[in-house]
Structures are given as structure tokens and as C-alpha cells.
Design a protein around this ligand. Structure first.
Ligand code: AOF
Ligand code: ZN
Length: 342
């Protein structure tokens, strides 16, 4: 690893601190180096608050060192007046010597303009340092802007013999306790969590974060003919909930009903979520909803728990033709991770 990559790795590590706190903004980290020593570090900590570069500059004790320093930032510095003033202006004002960037910001308000402005002001710019790592870190953000849709994660647990539930829809409990805890961590990392009608009816899930510390995601439920009982946990209004259906459009407090057409139901639901700036969705079932996402090629990543239990009969688990990107043992379960290749 080169020295530039090493400093960028630190910037990416700092960015990671913001997981779950800055959506729909990207996670960004920044390291300031003078004479081969790190003199400042920062990251974008909270949506709407100071960007990584601002926090890194604030952390520098001797501000006179900024002129002639090198700045390593995981995303191209912004040029727009958003919730905060442009970071490029700050870097130019502080007369930093060189800026290293992992990725160009795909947000059309920036998209190369930050790099151009720095160069126009004689700040040297190097791009693409740990490019792949930067894209992996902010894969939700890149998908959101480049494909104009939320990043979609499919998640399910299946038995050794390939069932996701028994024929009576009973699916408790296929995966182990540590696996279920991990799912709560995942919930806190995504903007929204989606279930279909059968899962809502049979499991009566709360879809909140209980076994982990973090924010609750937006709950999304599909209930085409509005047959779900209002007494279900999903409708308790404790969390923002969107119910996609074919019949009514309504908004009361935390509960939003959105009416869609049958013909392109899932496509328009995804489009609506994009418009609402939902950057990522974790789909927690059931089998037919997950299979529909697979059929439409609407997924980006899948996380499958394979338990040692067997059911012998039941509802078949979805079948995925993705590339296995990793496997991990979690107590008695095998967690298999898939990424979409095309
Ligand atoms: C940076 N450094 O640390 C981040 C950037 O509404 P605002 O002002 O917070 O702007 C959000 C946009 O700014 C976001 O969509 C992305 O393009 C960029 N994020 N840029 O220079 C940062 N978080
Ligand atoms: Zn900025």
C-alpha cells in the first residue's frame, strides 16, 4: 500500500463512524497531513451538519500548517451551497497544497465541479485513490444517484432443506439468536425496511431496532387490497410507515398510504421511494415478494441465513443466481452474502 492509500484508508475508516447517521448523504472522512504527519481528522457526523473537511480543519491545532498541507478526503469536496457552505471554498481559503480524492461525487450539484474549482485555484488534485474501497463504502449513495433508485438488500433465513416457512406461514425461529441480533444492526443501517402482506399478517412484525442501538428505519408494507388489520404492530404509528396499495392515498401522522397501479406496482413503488429520498431498503420477506424482486432484477445485495434446522415441508426459499461474495458462520447458522454482478 502506498502512503497515499494509507492516509485514504484512514479517511475511509473515519467515514465509517457515520454509518446510519447521515443518510441520504454519503459517509465521508478527511485526513489532513503536514510533513508526513496527520495534523487533523474529521468526518461528516450527522445529516445537515458540517462536512468532513470542515471538521478535519477544525481539529487542526496550528492552523498555520494548513497552507502547504495535503488533504485526503474520501469524496470530492462539494461546490454547492447546501445545508453548509462549499468545502472547496474552505480548502482554497486555507491554501492547502494538494487534495487526494477517492471518488467523484455523483450528485449532479457537484460531479467534477469541485475538482475543477480546486484546480482553477491552483490546488493540485489527485483522484481515484482507493476508488473501489470508496465505492464499496458508499454503495447505497452511488446506486441512489447513478441508478436513481434505492439500494436494495434482500434478507431471509432458510432451513437446511430450503424452506423459508412452514405451509401455515410459521417461520419462527429458523435462524439463531445472534443472527437475529445482527438483523437488528442491519435495520439500523438502512433507511427503510419492507415486508409483503403475508409476512405482515402472519408474523405481525414491529420492524424496529430493539436488539441493537440505532435509529428505527421507515417501515414499508405492501397491502394491495387493504386487507391488513389496523391492530397490527406495523400500524401503531410509533415509526413512520408507508403502505403501498391499489385503493387509497392518505396521510395521517406517521402513516402514509400511497396508491399505485397494479401493472407496474413494484417499479412505481421503487420510484416513489426514490422521490422520497429513501436511499436503501432491506426487504425482509416473504418469499413471494423477495422472488418478485429477484425476477425484476431489482436487488443489489442478498444476505441469507442457512440454518441447521429442517422443516421437511413448507414454502420454498427464493432462488438467487448471484455471485456469492462471502460466507460466515454465526453460531449454528451459515450467513451467505450475495452481490449482483450485472
Ligand atoms: C463533502 N463533504 O463530508 C459530504 C459531502 O446538504 P448538504 O450541504 O449537507 O450537502 C449534501 C451533499 O453534499 C451530498 O449529497 C453530497 O453530494 C455532498 N456530501 N460533500 O464535500 C462531505 N458529506
Ligand atoms: Zn462539503
Amino acid at each position: 500500500m502506498t502512503r497515499e492509500e494509507l492516509y485514504m484508508l484512514r479517511a475511509i475508516e473515519l467515514a465509517e463512524n457515520a454509518r446510519g447517521s447521515v443518510n441520504p448523504n454519503p459517509m465521508v472522512g478527511c485526513v489532513i497531513v503536514h510533513d508526513n504527519k496527520i495534523i487533523g481528522e474529521g468526518w461528516h457526523q450527522e445529516y445537515g451538519k458540517a462536512h468532513a473537511e470542515v471538521n478535519a480543519i477544525l481539529s487542526v491545532k496550528d492552523k498555520t500548517l494548513l497552507a502547504n498541507s495535503e488533504v485526503f478526503v474520501s469524496l470530492e469536496p462539494c461546490v454547492h451551497h447546501g445545508k453548509t457552505p462549499p468545502c472547496t471554498d474552505l480548502l482554497i481559503k486555507e491554501k492547502v497544497k494538494k487534495v487526494y480524492i477517492a471518488n467523484i461525487d455523483p450528485n449532479p450539484k457537484v460531479q467534477g465541479k469541485g475538482i475543477q474549482k480546486l484546480r482553477d485555484h491552483r490546488v493540485e488534485v489527485v483522484t481515484g485513490v482507493l476508488h473501489d474501497e470508496g465505492r464499496q463504502l458508499n454503495r447505497r449513495f452511488f446506486t441512489f444517484w447513478e441508478k436513481q433508485k434505492p439500494y436494495i438488500i434482500l434478507k431471509w433465513a432458510e432451513t437446511q432443506d430450503g424452506f423459508i416457512a412452514r405451509s401455515n406461514y410459521d417461520s419462527k425461529w429458523i435462524s439463531s439468536v445472534p443472527s437475529r441480533k445482527l438483523v437488528h444492526k442491519w435495520r439500523a443501517e438502512e433507511d427503510a425496511i419492507l415486508v409483503g402482506t403475508n409476512t405482515a399478517q402472519h408474523d405481525d412484525p414491529k420492524l424496529n431496532v430493539r436488539d441493537w442501538q440505532g435509529k428505527d428505519p421507515i417501515r414499508i408494507v405492501i397491502d394491495k387490497s387493504l386487507r391488513l388489520k389496523q391492530s397490527l404492530n406495523l400500524f401503531d404509528q410509533n415509526q413512520k410507515t408507508i403502505c403501498y396499495n391499489l385503493l387509497k392515498e392518505e396521510e395521517k401522522n406517521n402513516l402514509v398510504y400511497v396508491k399505485l397501479n397494479e401493472a407496474d406496482f413494484l417499479e412505481s413503488m421503487i420510484q416513489d421511494l426514490y422521490q422520497r429520498k429513501v436511499m436503501s431498503v432491506i426487504v425482509e420477506g416473504g418469499a413471494s415478494l423477495i422472488s418478485a424482486f429477484i425476477k425484476l432484477n431489482f436487488w443489489d445485495e442478498a444476505r441469507v441465513f442457512i440454518s441447521k434446522k429442517t422443516f421437511g415441508e413448507g414454502i420454498a426459499a427464493p432462488v438467487l443466481n448471484g455471485e456469492i461474495s462471502g460466507e460466515e458462520k454465526i453460531e449454528d447458522d451459515l450467513l451467505r452474502l450475495y452481490v449482483k454482478t450485472s
